[in-house]
Each structure stands twice: as structure tokens, then as C-alpha cells.
Design a protein around this ligand. Structure first.
Ligand SMILES: [Zn+2]
Length: 511
């Protein structure tokens, strides 16, 4: 009977520890966890029941560590994004691990402290639990495993209530997200078929076409587009003095780098249209090559496996590893080496990727971003990055303008970035399926006149303009006036937004 008492004590201790991330979260952020009459008691009771099962299991440290880590992961995620981990975002772990690790650098101290804390707790528990006369039953382990395995069936019945939010305990949020993600992977997908795009060669194209692909640049946070921070002095000057410079608001085709960049350079409108990618029919680099352009892909990014398919059609390619100096301005020197002949050039920038300060040279640190306040730090560091983008883009325009004839320069960003503002629902970063991280600038410069009258453009439309400059008309028989923002999976399996642009307003068409 004595040892049963110890099991109860340990179960109570486990319960307290599993609730700890929510206490920590509430100290750090207002309303990280919200106590509700409906859920709180229920989830604490469930936590105690699970803890009791763990205490009787012979693999108690393993099970406890698993659930405890779930809670800590939610804390880390929240520290970066100020929102809760969503099921579809689990896909990112597979498609963008390197990028995620890179982003996590900006909250490295927080992660370091948490991990040291986790290790300390697990080590202490392992040491003391061995000394206690605890009862163990194999049945308890089997029961726990069974619960974990059959849980998705409960989730499947009422998916909506399991969507991670502030009224669930941290460790349960991560557990639910994992379950929903697995369910989504196994659910039957409706295969959609699309009419094939038609590619028509119309002309020899312009002599020089340059696309600068930006990173995480949100037009809303640029002075050029009216933001009250003086972070685009060079572009402002161009807008004032040079009629050939056009700047427009735009919407990205995706919410993360690989999906957006691949969709953009393939003119892929429909998220689920995988056949288009398989055919490579509308790959802008391929089209350019077929129209006798020399093709350049010069990038300060590492370019993962999906983006690399675009590079198949580049005559000259350089990625991050090929540069000694790692700031975007090295691309201007590369541009200067390109001979004055028929060329299609892609410059893929790294700034403004987070941590923003890492990709911005020190001489562009106009705003002191050292602050204990997360929003202040993020925003000021971001503004410095915008200032650097302003410099790099205007330098490219300046060089091309004085050295080439019959050219056009396009700039847009892969996706936007949220900085915790009110119109972003206080969220940070990108990779979240919402309009907030899709607002990108569309800048255009050319030595021939062009009228761009719409308030909003999008990646798909910009892609078609580029195709035109390369000598092609692309006809997409599937067009019906709607457009898409794809989620984090290129095949649309992580969800997408369907929208219309109506009198300068964006209207969401799906839920
Ligand atoms: Zn990106």
C-alpha cells in the first residue's frame, strides 16, 4: 500500500510539471493560456489520469519526456510566432528544416534556457524515481500506447475542437496538432484535373529581363507604400523623379519560400495542379532558354530540393555556398560580370529573412533593435533589413539603367512577413495561412513605357508579364477570375486560400 502512495505523489508531480509551460507562458505573454470553466478542469483531470498511468508504467521517463517536450515545443513556437502550432505546419518540419533552424537563432537564448531546464528536470526525475519504491505494471504501458494510438479516432469525430488554441494546455495543443496532421495525411484526397496551359511563342522578347526575388518583404512596412518609417530613401527618390519606375501592391502565391518561389517561376495558379509542375511546360527559365536567352540564377539562399528544379534550366548558377561574403550586395558584383547580350537573370535575395539582423550589414543598422520587448526588437531589426533591400534594389536598377538597353526589371518578394501589428492579429513571421503574410511589393523598372493600372497584382499575374517579356503568351484555360494563396505544401494538401480582387479589395472565397 505504501508504494501506491508514492505513485500518487509522482502522478501529482508529473501533472504539475505538465502544466508548467502554461504557467511560464502566462508570465511571459498575456493570455497565453486562458482558463475556461468548460475546459480547464477537464484537461487538468485528464492530465492527472495520464500522469497516473505514466507513474505505473515501466517506461515512465520516456512517456513523461514525450509529453513534457510537447508542452515546451508549444512555448518555443509561440515565442517566435505569437500563435499556436497548427496541424499543417508540421509539414514544414520536413520541407524547411534548415530554414526553421535558421529562424530559431533569433530566439536561441530562450530555447537554450528551456532546453537546459528540460534536461535538468529529466535528469533529476531519472535519479530520484529510481530510489522510490514505485509500482510498475506492463498493463499501464500497454494502456498508454493504446490511448495514443486510438486518440486520432476521437479527434476525427470533432476535428474543430482539437484545433490548437489558448484554451488547451500547451502539451495537448502539440499533441492535437500532431494528431490532426496525421489524420490529414491519411484522409482521401479528391484528385482534381486541370486543363493544360497553352504556351504560345509570340516574339523574340526583350534583350534583358531581370527578376529580383525578395525574401519576407511586406509592402505595408515600407515607406514607399506609406509606412511611417523612413526605410526606403532610394526607392522614394526613384518614385519621385523617374517615370519608368512603377510600384504596386501585390499578393504572393504562397506563404513560405519553396512553395512561393516554385509557384511563381512556373506561373502555377492552382495549388493542386501538380501536372503543371511535372510537365515543366511553363518554367520561366526553360521558356527563356528555348527563346535563346542565357539564363542566370544567382542566389544568396541555399535553395532546397524543390527550388532546385527551377535551376535545372539555368546556364549559370550560384547559391549561398558559392559566395565568400554572404550579404545580398555581392549579387550586384555578379550582375556586373554578365555580358551585354540576350539574358534572363534571377537574383534571389536573403534579406529580410529572420533573424533580420543576420542578413543586414552593420552599416545599415539605422534603428537600434536591442530591446527586451520582442515586438520592438523584431520591428526595428526588420526596418534595417528594409533599408538594406532599398539599397540593393536601387543599385541594381541604377546599374542596369546605365549599362543596358531594351530591358525590364521585376522585383517582388516570395511572401510577406508579420511583425505583430494589430492588422496582423498580433502574429509574427510567415508560413501561416492568412492574408497577413502575403502582402508583397511589386516593383517594375524598364526603358519602355508600361501602364499598370490595378491597385493589386499577384505573383501569377506578374509571372505572366515576365513570360510576355521573354516572348511568350501563356493561356490558362482554368482561369475564372479567382486566384489562390497556397499553404505550405506545393500540392495544396496543407490547405490554401481562394480569393478575388474586387475594386482594390481582397475577397476570400473559401473558409
Ligand atoms: Zn521566404
Amino acid at each position: 500500500m505504501k508504494s501506491l502512495k508514492y505513485n500518487l505523489i509522482i502522478a501529482t508531480l508529473f501533472t504539475i510539471l505538465l502544466l508548467l509551460p502554461d504557467f511560464i507562458g502566462n508570465i511571459l505573454w498575456q493570455n497565453y493560456y486562458i482558463i475556461t470553466s468548460k475546459n480547464t478542469l477537464k484537461e487538468i483531470a485528464i492530465t492527472f489520469f495520464i500522469s497516473l498511468l505514466i507513474s505505473f508504467s515501466n517506461a515512465r521517463i520516456l512517456f513523461f519526456t514525450l509529453f513534457f517536450l510537447f508542452g515546451v515545443i508549444e512555448l518555443i513556437y509561440f515565442d517566435f510566432f505569437h500563435s499556436y502550432i497548427q496541424p499543417y505546419q508540421t509539414d514544414l518540419l520536413f520541407s524547411e528544416l534548415e530554414d526553421i533552424l535558421d529562424s530559431l537563432k533569433s530566439i536561441a537564448t530562450f530555447i537554450g534556457i528551456l532546453m537546459a531546464f528540460v534536461i535538468a528536470i529529466i535528469a533529476l526525475l531519472s535519479y530520484f524515481l529510481k530510489k522510490l519504491p514505485l509500482k510498475s505494471y506492463k498493463l499501464s504501458t500497454i494502456l498508454l500506447l493504446t490511448l495514443i494510438l486510438i486518440f486520432p479516432f476521437f479527434v476525427n469525430k470533432k476535428k474543430v475542437i482539437y484545433i490548437p488554441n489558448s484554451t488547451h494546455l500547451s502539451y495537448l495543443n502539440t499533441f492535437f496538432a500532431t494528431n490532426l496532421w496525421i489524420l490529414n495525411k491519411f484522409s482521401k484526397k479528391i484528385k482534381k484535373t486541370y486543363k493544360p496551359y497553352i504556351v504560345k511563342k509570340e516574339s523574340n522578347g526583350k534583350k534583358i529581363v531581370i527578376v529580383i526575388m525578395g525574401e519576407s518583404l511586406n509592402y505595408k512596412r515600407m515607406h514607399l507604400f506609406g509606412w511611417d518609417i523612413n526605410n526606403t530613401p532610394n526607392l522614394d527618390k526613384l518614385a519621385k523623379n523617374d517615370k519608368n519606375f512603377i510600384f504596386k501592391k501585390a499578393i504572393s502565391s504562397g506563404i513560405n519560400t519553396p512553395v512561393s518561389v516554385v509557384s511563381f517561376f512556373n506561373l502555377k495558379r492552382e495549388p493542386q495542379n501538380i501536372n503543371l509542375l511535372l510537365s515543366q511546360k511553363t518554367n520561366l527559365l526553360k521558356l527563356a532558354k528555348e527563346n535563346n536567352y542565357s539564363t542566370y540564377w544567382l542566389s544568396l539562399q541555399e535553395e532546397g530540393t524543390s527550388i532546385s528544379t527551377l535551376l535545372n534550366y539555368a546556364d549559370y548558377k550560384k547559391t549561398r555556398k558559392d559566395f565568400i561574403k554572404k550579404y545580398d550586395e555581392v549579387l550586384i558584383n555578379e550582375l556586373k560580370k554578365i555580358p551585354n547580350k540576350k539574358t534572363f537573370i534571377i537574383l534571389h535575395l536573403r534579406a529580410n529573412h529572420s533573424p533580420y539582423e543576420e542578413y543586414t550589414p552593420k552599416k545599415f543598422y539605422k534603428w537600434d533593435f536591442h530591446s527586451k520587448d520582442y515586438a520592438t526588437y523584431k520591428r526595428k531589426s526588420y526596418y534595417n533589413g528594409v533599408l538594406y533591400n532599398d539599397y540593393v534594389i536601387s543599385k541594381v536598377i541604377e546599374y542596369v539603367k546605365s549599362h543596358f538597353k531594351n530591358y525590364s526589371i521585376y522585383f517582388t518578394s516570395d511572401h510577406g512577413e508579420m511583425l505583430g501589428f494589430k492588422d496582423e492579429g498580433g502574429r509574427f513571421g510567415h508560413s501561416q495561412l492568412t492574408f497577413g503574410d502575403t502582402f508583397v511589393p511589386f516593383l517594375y523598372y524598364s526603358d519602355t513605357k508600361r501602364e499598370l493600372n490595378k491597385t493589386f497584382y499577384n505573383h501569377y499575374q506578374i509571372g505572366k508579364m515576365i513570360a510576355k517579356d521573354l516572348g511568350y503568351e501563356i493561356i490558362n484555360p482554368n482561369e475564372d477570375g479567382t486566384y489562390f494563396i497556397n499553404g505550405v505544401s506545393i500540392d495544396g494538401s496543407s490547405g490554401f486560400i481562394q480569393y478575388k480582387i474586387n475594386n482594390s479589395k481582397l475577397i476570400k472565397e473559401n473558409k
